[in-house]
Structure formats: structure tokens, C-alpha cells
Design a protein around this ligand. Structure first.
Ligand code: PNW
Length: 472
């Protein structure tokens, strides 16, 4: 094992190294009146929806502590930082002129990044839909796409002089399927047909935002998808058919309209008893299919599926629309989210994009892992996370070596933060946050990542691993 990992790995010159966060997960509300209600405020206030009833009222209090967090980014040596702007902070009612206090807050962050030589990458939508927009129908309603484009234009108008990279949406699959099908995320609706309408209106909103932003000022604009390489557990025809369907819903339902200009015919057919796609108007796919400057890929884990008669029944509400049986084969190693650890899955997802879709620059806009971090003597020795990162960085490099146009890597996340339905128990940060005091403690993985950035790769001897206590 040591020999397999010992090769020195160098990334191409100019490779972008960053970390990522999202507004609702780190900011906290700030002073009274500084942000309007979002679907996540409403959802977290409902009993039993988030672990321990946790919510984003305070989170990492980044709203007040951003200067310290900018210093943490500086100390890491990142060249880029991906964060999201809160729609509900910038438009309390989800429409109308942008709120000046919100503009000032994000301006301070952008200026603070630029002062430190860190390139801001702004995500326009990372799940915190203003509650009034949900009340008007949410993503299943076409009007939400128009509202989003209007919001995106407003943000672009005030940031375009300083921000050169924008991501329209983060993981529209999660917004549509976790928000409207399984109900595990806000707004917690469990209406399968609404999840497909939401998918279309998210993609339409992306396209309309792109148009609106490009009419204001040039910028590089992309979208981030959560892609999971999906394989059949065996060569059994039922497993192969199930893998096709899961891949269709999770990956191709988004990739195909964006990069090829049509919904995948097999997925449309699979979903026939749920929806006839009557909400797709003439011209929509042209709007969705406009050229983007890059594709953001969030990768955490592979999916290995089986659908033989011994597979467990799919119990509604579920994200697996139309499937009746589905099982997942897990790898032995898991993170504390229960997600399988398999770096090779990242190589597969990237090489598949390069093989099956028109050429487009790729960025990994999220990758990382939650583990049970415990501070001891003022330190957090998160060797599991270092191993996870080491493995996935090597896998990303393998994709580059295979000819994939991968240009950057954003680690999720800078800080431990509000992990949505999992609340504060799941820690993804390079920096430990003690929520009682808001003290930040860089973990050993922060040192590891700083060294990666400095070396533009991995050194031949994984020195940090040598510091690891022997396994009994
Ligand atoms: C992504 N799933 O979320 C998000 O972009 C982040 O905000 C989040 O903190 C990170 O990954 C870690 O979870 C996901 O259940 C949440 O399949 C859930 C799923 C996928 C992505």
C-alpha cells in the first residue's frame, strides 16, 4: 500500500486550489432584520426535520467573524474561495431591489479576498430559497426561474467589477429531489411530479440567469452538479437496468439538457407514469443549453446499485422515482455520513464526462469528508480526512493524466458547519469549530492541504502519515 501511494504527484501549472462554503451553512442570520426568511429557516423550525433541531440562526457566525475566516483562508494559501450569496439576505421578499446591507456584507468579503490575493468564486444559489418564493410555488413553479434570473442579474450588477467566476446553482438534483421528492431537505415536500417540474425550472433559471448576466458584463459562468458514478453491482440484467435508471435520474437528467440540449429519452420514458413533461415550453431547452464556461463537479461517493428481486423495496417518499427495488453495495471504508470511500469513483466520473459529453473545462467544486473529529490538547488529528483527501487528489490527478481538462479543486469545507438535515454533528471542515465559543482550530488536515497547495501536488513521502500513532 505504501508503495502504491508513494509516487510524487504534480498538478498542471495554474491549477486552482480552493475551499468552499455556503451562506446558510456558515453565516448565521446576523443582526435582527439582516436577512429575510428562507425555506431552511422554516424547515429547521419544524419538529424532527434536522438532527437535534439544529438550525442556521448562528451557525459559524461568519456574518460577524468573516475577518478571522479570511485570515484562515490566507493561512491555508488558497488561490480561490467558493462561497454563496444568500438570496434571502439580498432580497428579503425574494424580489425587488437588492438590500444594501446585504450588498455591503458581500462586498466586504469580496474585497477582503482580493486584498489577500484570493479569487472569489460566487455561487448564486446554494439552497436558501426566500420563503416568499416558496410560498408562491417554489421551484416547481415556472415563475421561480424568472425570479432567480432577476436576482442573479442584481448580484452580477454589483459584483461583476470584482468577481470573474460565478456558479449559478449548486446541485440542482438536491434542490429538486431532496427538497420536493424525499422531503429530507427544505422545503420538505414529497411530491414526485413536483420534483421533476422543479428540475426543469432550476435548469431554466440557470439558463435565464446566464442570459441576464451576460447582457450586463462578461464573466466566466458555470453550474455545479453533484455527480455520482453509478455502476451495477453485478452483470445481472436487473442490476444493469437499475444502474441505468439511477444514473439517468441522478446524472443524465441534468447533464444532457445542459450539455446536449435535450432530456434523456430513456429517463423521460421511465418517468412517464409520473409526468409527461408538459411544463417544458418551446425554446426552454435552447435557454438551458447555452454554452457555459465550465462545469463544476461535486463528488463525494460512488453508487453501486442492484435491483434484483432480493433488493430492498423502495419506500416512498424517495428520490428514486419510479423504481420499486433498489439496493446499494457499500465499500468497507465509510465516512461518518455513511458514504462509501472510493477515490477511483472520482476518476470515473471525470473521465466519463470527457468521454460522453462535448469538451468543457471542469472544476471539482466540492470534495471532502465528515469524520468524528475530537480536539485533544488543542489539536485535531484528523488522519482519516487526510487519507480521504490524499486518495481523492491522486484520483483527480489520474483523470488529468488520462487527458481530462480538470482545472481546479475546491475542498469542502473551510469550516465545520451546518450540515443541513444532519445539523452540526457532521464535521466537514479543515478547521474545527467549537460552537459553544466559536473558537476555530485548524485541524491537521489544514496543514496537509496547505502543503498540497504549496507543492502544487502531493509529495512523494506522505510525511504526515508518519506522525500517525501505530494501529494496535
Ligand atoms: C453537498 N445526498 O450536499 C452540498 O453542496 C453541501 O452544502 C454539503 O454540505 C456537502 O455536499 C456535504 O453533504 C449534499 O444526500 C447533501 O446525496 C446530501 C447529498 C448530496 C450532497
Amino acid at each position: 500500500m505504501a508503495t502504491a501511494r508513494s509516487d510524487q504527484v504534480r498538478f498542471p501549472p495554474g491549477f486552482v486550489w480552493g475551499t468552499a462554503t455556503a451562506a446558510y451553512q456558515i453565516e448565521g442570520a446576523g443582526p435582527p432584520g439582516a436577512r429575510g426568511p428562507s425555506i431552511w429557516d422554516t424547515f429547521a423550525a419544524r419538529p424532527g426535520r434536522t438532527a437535534d433541531g439544529d438550525n442556521g440562526d448562528v451557525a459559524c457566525d461568519h456574518y460577524h467573524r468573516y475577518p478571522e475566516d479570511l485570515q484562515l483562508l490566507h493561512a491555508l494559501g488558497v488561490g480561490a474561495y467558493r462561497f454563496s450569496v444568500s438570496w434571502a439576505r439580498l432580497q428579503h421578499a425574494g424580489r425587488g431591489p437588492l438590500n444594501q446591507r446585504g450588498i455591503d456584507f458581500y462586498s466586504r468579503i469580496v474585497d477582503g479576498l482580493l486584498d489577500r490575493g484570493i479569487e472569489p468564486w460566487v455561487t448564486l444559489y446554494h439552497w436558501d430559497l426566500p420563503q416568499p418564493v416558496e410560498d408562491a410555488g417554489g421551484w416547481p413553479a415556472r415563475g421561480t426561474a424568472l425570479r432567480f434570473a432577476d436576482f442573479a442579474a442584481g448580484v452580477h450588477h454589483f459584483l461583476a467589477d470584482r468577481v470573474k467566476r460565478f456558479i449559478t446553482l449548486n446541485e440542482p438534483w438536491c434542490s429538486a429531489f431532496l427538497g420536493y421528492a424525499s422531503g429530507l431537505h427544505a422545503p420538505g415536500r414529497t411530491e414526485p411530479a413536483a420534483a421533476i417540474r422543479a428540475t426543469h425550472h432550476l435548469l431554466l433559471g440557470h439558463g435565464l440567469a446566464l442570459e441576464a448576466m451576460r447582457s450586463i458584463a462578461p464573466a466566466e459562468i458555470g453550474i455545479t452538479l453533484n455527480l455520482a458514478p453509478t455502476a451495477a453491482a453485478t452483470g445481472h440484467p436487473d442490476d444493469i437496468e437499475t444502474a441505468r435508471r439511477v444514473d439517468g435520474l441522478h446524472n443524465r437528467l441534468y447533464l444532457d439538457p445542459l450539455l446536449r440540449g435535450h432530456y434523456p429519452a430513456d429517463v423521460v420514458e421511465d418517468l412517464g407514469s409520473i409526468t409527461k413533461f408538459g411544463f417544458v415550453a418551446d425554446g426552454d431547452l435552447g435557454v438551458i443549453h447555452q454554452p457555459i464556461d465550465f462545469l463544476g463537479v461535486n463528488y463525494y461517493a460512488p453508487q453501486t446499485v442492484y435491483g434484483t428481486p432480493d433488493a430492498p423495496p423502495v419506500e416512498p417518499p424517495s428520490t428514486h422515482l419510479g423504481l420499486t427495488r433498489l439496493g446499494f453495495r457499500q465499500t468497507e471504508r465509510r465516512t461518518s455520513m455513511g458514504w462509501s470511500v472510493e477515490g477511483a469513483g472520482l476518476t470515473r466520473v471525470l473521465t466519463r464526462l470527457a468521454r460522453d459529453y462535448p469538451p468543457i473545462p471542469l472544476y471539482i467544486t466540492e470534495n471532502g469528508a465528515a469524520y468524528e473529529d475530537e480536539p485533544a490538547g488543542g489539536q485535531v488529528l484528523d488522519h482519516d480526512r487526510i487519507d480521504y483527501l490524499d486518495e481523492h487528489l491522486r484520483a483527480a490527478h489520474d483523470a488529468i493524466a488520462a487527458g481530462v481538462d480538470l482545472r481546479g479543486y475546491f475542498l469542502w469545507s473551510l469550516l465545520d458547519n451546518f450540515e443541513w438535515a444532519e445539523g452540526y454533528r457532521k464535521r466537514f471542515g479543515l478547521v474545527f469549530v467549537d460552537y459553544a465559543t466559536q473558537e476555530r482550530v485548524p485541524k491537521l488536515s489544514a496543514k496537509f492541504y496547505r502543503d498540497v497547495i504549496l507543492a502544487n501536488g502531493l509529495r512523494s513521502t506522505p510525511q504526515l502519515r508518519l506522525a500517525r500513532p501505530p494501529v494496535p
